[in-house]
Write a protein that binds this ligand. Structure first.
Ligand code: ZN
Length: 179
């Protein structure tokens, strides 16, 4: 059914808003990068979280982009290793997504799911070591960055491994037959 009138116009408008938007010509692991409008909600939440120290706002938001970017890069990297075409990497409020060709084998799908987790684990190492070694020496913004990329990153990693539909854990644990 063709939609017309004000209702159809609004629906088309909402549809356009909900569609991921391309980020210039930026690519990640060879795939075009998109962002969702929901990301703005996340940035505003970061602003609220840092309302007493507004100078920390960009650090929290940039850290989030790094965590999601590294995670999706991990998915894309493994998918490409298996020879799949990666068509989009999207940044959203609570998670990103990596769209790649339908996997031929379940083992590949499982490996791609672990790719995102593994990339986050790699990201964790250096900031964790620096934060532990330097203690309170670096200025507060640097300390926050190190905490974001180590502990917050680790928290997101663990949360994402919960065996819940929509989380990577839903796919990743298929590698281990439970029961
Ligand atoms: Zn993922």
């Amino acid at each position: 059914m063709k939609k017309g009138g004000v209702n159809g116009f609004m629906q088309r408008g909402l549809h356009a808003l909900s569609r991921p938007q391309r980020v210039g010509r930026i690519t990640l692991c060879g795939a075009p990068v998109y962002w969702r409008w929901s990301l703005i909600v996340m940035f505003l939440a970061h602003g609220f979280m840092s309302r007493r120290h507004p100078e920390m706002w960009p650090i929290i938001s940039v850290s989030w982009l790094i965590i999601v970017g590294v995670h999706e890069y991990g998915h894309a990297f493994v998918a490409r290793r298996f020879g799949y075409r990666v068509s989009a990497i999207t940044f959203g409020a609570f998670h990103g997504s990596c769209v790649y060709q339908a996997p031929e084998y379940e083992a590949h799908e499982v490996a791609v799911a672990w790719g995102g987790v593994a990339a986050q684990a790699v990201l964790f190492v250096v900031p964790f070591v620096l934060h532990t070694a330097l203690g309170r020496m670096p200025p507060p913004p640097v300390r926050l960055l190190l905490v974001e990329l180590s502990y917050v990153n680790l928290f997101v990693l663990v949360l994402n491994l919960l065996p819940i539909r929509g989380f990577d854990g839903h796919t990743a644990w298929r590698a281990i037959p439970l029961g």
